[in-house]
Design a protein around this ligand. Sequence first.
Ligand code: K1U
Ligand code: ZN
Length: 171
Amino acid sequence: MAILPIIKYPKEILRKTAEPISEISEEIVTLATNMAETMYDAPGIGLAAPQVGVSKRLFVIDLGKDENEEKKSELLTFINPQIIESRGKMKYEEGCLSIPEIREYVERPSWVKVKALSISGQEFELEAEGLLAICIQHELDHLNGVLFIDYLKGLKKKLIAKKLMAFENIK
Ligand code: K1U
Ligand code: ZN
């Protein structure tokens, strides 16, 4: 197992459309394992393959235990994910491991149904709401070269432009 370096904004790979995974090889299994370790170490609640420099359609999510510890921590791995239904709206203050120290509210569907392959190659469907739905959409955006800052408009966009320029200068 290994902790991988996390690619930071504005690196080009974060803007590319990632390639579908045609075979769940040993290399993919190792990548998913290392991505999970990297996410726990960061710490974060999700991580997409382009964030570790691999332009492939794979992400991992673990929201951890909830406050009441009613829900256990569960590692979810999504390969070639597709959102097949969505509804509702909610705002959540998102962060991104590739854009450290910036958190902003983004509005997205509050419920999604996602279809993907598991790490063992099994197709599954998952219905998610709340933070899990938000995190799935954030990670799927990474596979399409979209970042949460792209959703900001008006004054918010202008205000964070300055902070983003600081990242651009240390490219
Ligand atoms: O994809 C990423 O950059 C990871 C990102 C996922 C995410 C967070 C919030 C809303 C949508 C998607 C993060 O994990 S940022 C770190 C974070 O939010 C967090 C870290 C430790 C504990 C709890 C949250
Ligand atoms: Zn992110």
